[in-house]
Design a protein around this ligand. Structure first.
Ligand SMILES: [Zn+2]
Length: 252
């Protein structure tokens, strides 16, 4: 019975996407848990072992970058080994087929890119590069991995900073502006695997609704926006997005 209700919801979601275009997708940690990457806010998550105040703030980094890299180095090696799942692949496919205009993500894991998504807005940065705060040299992920445990700048020797947004840092302005614009222009903002509790990403559904667009939510557990969503599916990202891709015609 539950399975049938879910399929009905997927069908409704497909109809909504066909009716109100374009679709813009907003993803959070929930889409990557199926790739084995724990949601850092869950009880068994990374912050149960590492106090974020000690390891993930910009102040902690400036004070003791070697210590912070002890944490990031493990995390990077772990993310390097993770693989995109059905959810990432279905979104890349839907972009290819013309159904998805762009993916806005809170994730830093690069799994959307590795699955083939091209129109991607990473509002919390990504592990793709690390930068030198002294001279501005940018070093790609593959080289940073080789320089662990405390990667130094190849030009000046100062310890690099991963290009992810740390607690206490401002979000990248250009990415936030682009995300806000995309949300305002969306016929449907499809939220996947985010509980919509972290600002400013939590403000994006308001942009869509204010401009007359609709909200659809695929998430395990409730969100503060469920009552305002046209469709909510309490299910896994992989199976739901796969079913959505199968339910839509090849092209809009
Ligand atoms: Zn440097």
């Amino acid at each position: 019975m539950v399975i049938q209700l879910e399929l009905l919801s997927v069908k409704r979601l497909a109809e909504l996407l066909a009716l109100q275009r374009p679709c813009v997708v907003l993803t959070g940690a929930g889409i990557s848990t199926e790739s084995g990457i724990p949601d850092f806010r869950s009880p068994g998550g990374i912050w149960a072992q590492y106090d974020p105040l000690e390891y993930a703030t910009i102040d902690a980094f400036l004070e003791d970058p070697v210590k912070v890299w002890d944490f990031y180095g493990k995390r990077l090696s772990f993310l390097d080994a993770a693989q995109p799942n059905d959810g990432h692949r279905a979104l890349a496919e839907l972009e290819d087929r013309g159904w998805v205009r762009a993916v806005i993500t809170q994730n830093i894991d690069q799994l959307h890119e590795r699955a083939g998504s091209r129109a991607l807005v990473e509002v919390h940065g990504s592990i793709r590069t690390s930068s030198c705060l002294a001279c501005g040299t940018v070093v790609p992920f593959a080289e940073v991995i080789e320089l662990l445990p405390a990667p130094g700048c190849p030009s000046c020797g100062r310890i690099l900073k991963p290009d992810v947004v740390m607690f206490g840092e401002l979000l990248p302005e250009a990415a936030i502006l682009r995300a806000t614009q995309l949300a305002a222009e969306a016929g449907v903002l499809l939220v996947v695997g985010s509980s919509l509790e972290v600002h400013p990403v939590a403000g994006l559904p308001l942009e869509t609704l204010a401009a007359g667009g609709s909200l659809a939510i695929v998430n395990r557990g409730s969100t503060p926006f469920d009552a305002r969503a046209a469709v909510t599916i309490d299910g896994g990202a992989g199976e739901t997005l796969r079913a959505l891709a199968d339910a839509l015609p090849e092209r809009p």
